[in-house]
Each structure stands twice: as C-alpha cells, then as structure tokens.
Design a protein around this ligand. Structure first.
Ligand SMILES: Cc1cc2nc3c(=O)[nH]c(=O)nc-3n(C[C@H](O)[C@H](O)[C@H](O)COP(=O)(O)OP(=O)(O)OC[C@H]3O[C@@H](n4cnc5c(N)ncnc54)[C@H](O)[C@@H]3O)c2cc1C
Ligand code: SF4
Length: 451
C-alpha cells in the first residue's frame, strides 16, 4: 500500500468537487496541498468520437443505464474528469426562491445563492442562443406550445464556439461545452491542485481515504501508478454525486451516526416522447435543448423540455418491438422529441443503500402521484406534437404504438392512466439529487447548510 499525505482531499471532480477544487486552488501558493481523486478518466480530445455506445461506456456509470433496485428505472450519471458535466446538456438555470423555500434548510438563503450563481453564469459563459442557432426540433416545440397557449422559456446554456453537433450528452467533441472539465478543473490544476484520475476511493474516514488506481486502455494515464493508496488529509470533501457520495459514506460506516444518510433521494423520473413529422426536420444538428415549459409544475407536477437523443437511447425509450418499432426508428430524421420530468417529492424511503460488497443500491419507488404526473405529461406532449404539425405520435402508455393526427381529439381515451405502469414503460433519470441532505442536525440531515 502506497502512503501519501495531503492537507485537503476532494473525492469526485464533478460540478461539486471541481468547483471546490477551483475555489481552494489559491491556497496552494501558500503551501497547502490539495488533491482531487476522480474515479473516471480524462479522455483525450480525439477520443470524443460521438459514437453512442462507445462514449456511454467511457463516460457513464453502467453506460448510463444503472438500474434501480426494483428495475423500473434506469439512472444516468457521469464518471469522468469533470463528472456529469462532461455529459450534461449545459442548461444553466439559477435556483428559484420557491425551491429554496420548499427545501426549508435553516440558513440557506436565496439571495446568497443568487449571488454565487451569478459568478458561475459568468465563469461558465452562460447565455441564450440566438434565433438562427435554434434547430427545428426546438422551434417546433415552441410553436406547438404557443398554439396550445402554454408558456415557454428559453434555457440559458454554457457553450463557447458551439459547432451544433448535438452530441452534448456523449461528451462535446469540440471542447465547446463549458462544464467543470473545461473551466474549473483546468484553473484548479494551473493553481497547483493535483487531479488524480482513474482513482476510486473505496473508504473514507475523517482524516484518511483508501483508494485504488487502475488504468483503463483509454484516456490520459493517471498521475499515480496503479495500486492501492492510503492518503492522509486534514480535511476530506466528499462530492461523488447523489448515489456515490452516500454509498461511500455508508460503506465507510457513517450510517451509524447519520441515520438520514442515503435517504430523501429525488430523481425527476423522466420519459422521452417522440412525434413523427411528414418531412425531415433539423433535429440531430444544433444544440439539443433550448426551451422548457413549466406551465404544469404546480398543477400537475411535471416540466417539459426539448431534447434530442441518439438512436440507441431513443429506441430503448420507445415501447414495442419488431416492424413498427424499426419503422419509427427509420423515421429518425423526421422525429421531434420532448423530455418530460416528473417533480418527485423528497421521501425518506427513497434512498441509496449499499450491498454486502459496498456497492450502491438505489431503492426508489415510483409513487402514484409521480405516475399521475407522467400520465398527464404524456397527454400534454402529444397535444404539443400535433399542434406543431406531427402526423403521428408515439406515447409509451398509448393503446396503440402510434396515434394518428386525425385522432388528436381522442388523446384522453388513447393514452389511459391504467397503462402507466412501472416496468411497462421506459422511465429514466439524469437529475439525481439528495442522499446527503442539508439540515440542522444529524437527526434530520447529513450535512449542515454549508454541505
Ligand atoms: C445526461 C445528463 C444531462 C444533464 N443535463 C443537465 C443540464 O443540462 N443542466 C443541469 O444543470 N444539470 C444537468 N445534469 C445534472 C448535472 O450534471 C448534475 O446535477 C451535476 O453534475 C452533479 O454534480 P456532482 O458534483 O454532485 O456529481 P457529478 O458531476 O456526477 O460528479 C461526481 C464525480 O465523482 C466521481 N466519484 C464518485 N464516487 C467516487 C469515488 N468513490 N471515488 C472517486 N471518484 C468518485 C464520479 O466518477 C464523478 O465524476 C445532467 C446530468 C446528466 C447525467
Ligand atoms: S452542440 Fe455544441 S456544446 Fe453540444 S456537443 Fe455540439 S459543439 Fe458541443
């Protein structure tokens, strides 16, 4: 076992860990030693090939298809230098006051968060795209919503010299997306922070971590030789994401003193819906996500966004098999897509556990309220597709594989609530939150207001 010593060790280099590393970097000039230990790899720019299955394998845990315990959902989160920001879409909203109020964390102040957000909006080059940078898929969503009388907002996004390749969720091949890997981590490293990739932290104590370095056959080699390490530190920052932070702390024994550890996980259960147009539209060129509709947040608990997924992901999210499934996939250049997100409440029994080997298990139940929201969202999306000119719509809980435009006024009948069943439709999540909730003391939370 190699023995090393640092002042501060940060576990994970994503949106959380990368930002902490950058903020602490100025201390390095005073002799403070800071290391970021990151499980994932740092791909070379020429390794971002845009090939779906290959990129998913290199940049996500379980290729973006981590199954929940009851196997009714798949979860996507990144494993890379820069964490999920390497594969996220880059939409960059600041937290609304209503959300901060709903969280009700003592001492968490909306004004203070706004101030901090503003800094990152500048740092990460967040802005609105111009009209001529929007593709048909996005414009059709805006038009369809306008015809239905639904309010639409434009997402601010964090790109620089975007070349419209639409590959954001497979890692940007053009270095245009301004994620943590592109902005905060390079600044941290220039300031003296050491980032150790291909380094999985197995266990953590208040002042020590045990980690294993293994070099896969892609990406830049780790700064450390393969092998096992004991790293002493005065401070350990755990920022491994909503699943892996609680999992690491649980397998390290912190569950004994922190009964809420792993609990209150929320996922924003999501569906990908498609509408088919008669003519090709620009869908797989252009930034994929420009608009959202939050008209139904308070009344029905869901949000709608534009999206454009790659062939494998799209085909897995449709239900059905055989000829009709492949016919719709062949219509890929004519497909319009909407992503639906159900806004699930934080519940103590939705949580991360660890199995006997210390591996994370996500125990999450899709409640009737969430299924009601997904049902409403499917019907609403179908109406938007038809209003935008789609000729046919695939709704995962539809009575038929495809609903024709002539039947648009029968949507309530053709998409019945009874068919919205866990395990029968393909529900995913890329918005994992919670597991280490903030609060006032260990009886109701894992961290304080400062995380
Ligand atoms: C496909 C996709 C699209 C998204 N789109 C958006 C978007 O457009 N806008 C938005 O605001 N959010 C988006 N998100 C969500 C956003 O990316 C996450 O909320 C955010 O990155 C979470 O930050 P984090 O630091 O908690 O975790 P992550 O960014 O996931 O980083 C955690 C890192 O820790 C590492 N790690 C975990 N455990 C260990 C360990 N034991 N040892 C060493 N390293 C470890 C992981 O490998 C990972 O790199 C998206 C997410 C995905 C997956
Ligand atoms: S659309 Fe822009 S940000 Fe997204 S992958 Fe392409 S160049 Fe990168």
């Amino acid at each position: 076992m190699h023995e090393l010593e640092y002042d501060i060790v940060i576990v994970g280099s994503g949106a959380g860990g990368g930002a902490v590393a950058k903020e602490l970097a100025p201390l390095c000039s005073e002799g403070v030693r800071v290391a970021v230990l990151e499980w994932g790899s740092k791909l070379r720019q020429d390794e971002y090939t845009g090939r779906e299955v290959e990129m998913a394998g290199k940049l996500y845990f379980d290729s973006g298809g981590v199954l929940t315990k009851d196997r009714t959902m798949t979860l996507a989160y990144g494993r890379a230098y820069g964490g999920s920001t390497v594969v996220y879409t880059g939409t960059s909203l600041s937290m609304p006051a209503e959300v901060v109020d709903r969280w009700g964390v003592p001492g968490l102040d909306h004004g203070d968060l706004q101030e901090r957000s503003r800094k990152y909006l500048v740092e990460n080059n967040v802005h609105l795209l111009e009209e001529d940078e929007l593709n048909d898929n996005n414009r059709l969503f805006r038009d369809g919503c306008a015809k239905m009388g639904y309010r639409v907002e434009q997402f601010p996004i964090n790109v620089k010299d975007c070349r419209s390749s639409s590959l954001c969720n497979l890692g940007c091949p053009n270095g245009a997306k301004q994620g943590t890997h592109q902005v905060q981590l390079p600044v941290a490293e220039a300031g003296g922070v050491e980032v150790i990739t291909n380094c999985k932290v197995e266990n953590v104590d208040q002042q020590e971590v045990i980690a294993t370095v293994a070099n896969p056959d892609y990406g830049e080699p780790s700064a450390w030789q393969p092998g096992k390490y004991r790293v002493k530190a005065k401070v350990v920052v755990v920022s491994g994401g909503a699943v892996n932070s609680p999992a690491l702390l649980l397998r390290s024994g912190f569950g004994r003193t922190l009964p809420m550890l792993g609990r209150y996980l929320t996922l924003h259960p999501a569906l990908i819906l498609v509408g088919e147009h008669a003519q090709p539209i620009s869908n797989f060129a252009g930034h994929p996500k420009s608009f959202y509709c939050d008209e139904f947040w308070r009344s029905h608990g869901f949000l709608l966004e534009t999206c454009m997924y790659f062939p494998f992901t799209t085909s897995k999210n449709m239900i059905g098999f055989g000829a009709e499934h492949s016919e719709l996939m062949r219509a890929f250049p004519r497909l319009q897509m909407i992503l639906v997100l159900a806004l699930d409440p934080a519940r103590a029994d939705n949580r991360v556990l660890v199995d006997r080997e210390g591996e994370p298990v996500v125990d999450y139940t899709l409640t009737d309220d969430v299924l009601d929201s997904l049902h409403e969202s499917m019907k609403t999306s179908a109406r938007i597709f038809f209003a935008a000119g789609a000729t046919r719509v695939h709704a995962p809980a539809g009575k038929r594989f495809l609903i024709n435009a002539e039947d648009a006024d029968r949507i309530d009948d053709l998409i019945p609530r009874a068919k919205v069943k866990p395990g029968k439709i393909s529900i995913t999540s890329a918005h994992l939150m919670g597991g280490c909730r903030m609060g006032s003391d260990a009886s109701d939370s894992v961290t304080d207001t400062w995380g």
